[in-house]
Design a protein around this ligand. Structure first.
Ligand code: PLP
Length: 447
């Protein structure tokens, strides 16, 4: 309404005067104002309704303003807003129970953090102390967070400007069938060659020096490229063989995004540590954490863990997690995410790929899909170069927004990552808008 729009204008003015934004050149940055949000929808500064097909930064897995979660935060705020991490708190205990009931294997202990980057920092610290080694292996085409160590293990251009103090961090080539680094012609070949490469890397770096291997179970921002069959099991086998701690980063892929509580469940793999954030409480209050195996827990049974944070297991965040996990369970959101992927998003995107020559690849699972746009399907020349945007991609994104859809875009990709409880007709609306926006991309196909 008019009042919200006026308040939004004032907020925009103050933002431009005083707010310093993530990852941006502050001058040219033109942020969109959001004046309201409900379920899978947001309203912009002009009061226009947009379908949030990005789930913000792929975190609002239950959509905006879920009433049960809002009520739980309000109730917790009325009871106890904050408490130091050394004390027992019922919201924290219950969140830990609900999380560890869902993690695979013996990952039965949780260290809570404020978000995903610090979860990864702590997972690596635990691995180093547990093994007495220092090196860390991580994949190119990955994202692990914006703090120093997390950005150093990241394999994305945001690392470049921050790539000092990165001693002992070694990147390997991941399995990525669409743009295989190993000239593979099948998924089986990609798995076999990517694992052979990884074992070579371990040998060449010295297995006795490597504390951890960190890998997104399904890499997210870097392109939602799910591992080919056998790859994760192979990574598990190699890390076990060489005594390396396997950290699965499920900050984006976890908590139902792929149609399972954790993405590793698709491949029946149990890592040593799982890091999570985002979907654990849909980001209503900042929360992340590390799920820890019994063996790593034992390292710190009689030895102090040298790490902590004031807000570890914050009651408001944990109460939000309890309500979120309960709502996901009660409303069948995990199964719904799988169904949306199998019955609607996957088939519709594949059908669109047949008609739009700009679509190089379509891939995903659950509510976690990427559409990779190219100028030429044979050479796979991307519609925007690695690490950048392009006028062509900006035109596609603008077309989607004009259709009333807020997309998640990265380089030459549009990601289809709606909340897991988005009604079918809204998902279809978003996909139809994408279909029309791809007509814009098709104009730039050169072959
Ligand atoms: N790991 C992955 C896979 C992510 O996608 C992200 C954020 O996008 C992070 C880590 C960092 O999480 P945060 O931004 O909460 O620090």
């Amino acid at each position: 309404d008019a009042q919200q729009i006026e308040a939004g204008r004032r907020a925009h003015e103050l933002d431009r005067a005083h707010v310093f934004h993530s990852w941006q050149a502050q001058g040219p940055f033109a942020p969109m104002t959001i004046v309201d949000a409900a379920g899978p929808y947001v309203w912009d500064g002009e009061g226009r309704k947009l379908l949030d097909m990005s789930s913000q930064l792929v975190n609002t897995n239950i959509g905006h303003q879920h009433p049960a979660v809002v009520a739980a935060i309000q109730e917790q705020a009325g009871k106890l807003c904050t408490i130091a991490p050394q004390h027992v708190n019922d919201a924290r205990s219950e969140a830990a129970r609900l999380i560890t009931e869902r993690t695979p294997g013996d990952l039965d202990h949780v260290f809570f953090t404020n978000g995903g980057a610090d979860a990864n920092e702590h997972a690596i610290r635990m691995a180093r102390l547990h093994t007495g080694r220092t090196k860390v292996l991580s994949a190119y085409r990955s994202y692990h967070g914006g703090t120093q160590l997390a950005v150093n293990v990241t394999g994305d251009p945001r690392r470049f400007a921050n790539d000092y103090s990165a001693e002992g961090i070694v990147h390997f080539m991941p399995a990525y069938p669409y743009r295989s680094y190993f000239n593979s012609t099948s998924e089986a070949e990609e798995t076999q060659r990517a694992l052979a490469h990884l074992e070579d890397m371990i040998t060449l770096e010295g297995p006795g020096n490597i504390a951890a291997l960190i890998l997104e179970t399904v890499p997210g921002t870097a392109g939602i490229y799910a591992p080919p069959a056998g790859y994760l099991a192979g990574v598990r086998e190699l890390t076990a063989k060489y005594g390396i701690v396997f950290i699965a980063d499920e900050v984006m892929a976890g908590f139902g995004r792929t149609g399972r509580w954790f993405a590793v469940d698709h491949w029946d793999v149990t890592p040593d540590l799982i890091t999570f954030a985002k979907g654990v409480n849909s980001g209503y209050v900042p929360l992340g954490g590390v799920a820890i195996s019994d063996a790593i827990f034992e390292t710190f049974r009689d030895r102090a863990y040298p790490g902590g944070l004031t807000y570890s297991g914050h009651p408001l965040a944990c109460a939000a997690a309890v309500a979120t996990i309960t709502a996901m369970e009660d409303e069948g959101m995990i199964a719904n995410a799988e169904r949306l992927g199998e019955d609607i998003i996957g088939p519709t995107l594949r059908e669109m790929a047949q008609r739009h020559p700009s679509v190089g690849d379509v891939r995903g699972l659950g509510c976690f899909w990427a559409v990779e746009l190219v100028k030429d399907r044979t050479t796979k020349e991307p519609l925007a170069a690695y690490g950048g945007s392009s006028p062509e991609m900006n035109e596609v994104i603008a077309a989607l927004k004009a259709e009333g859809v807020l997309p998640f875009a990265n380089f030459n990709r549009i990601h289809v990552v709606p909340p897991l409880n988005t009604p079918d007709e809204d998902v279809r609306f978003g996909l139809a808008a994408l279909d029309r926006a791809l007509d814009v991309a098709d104009r730039y196909v050169t072959e």
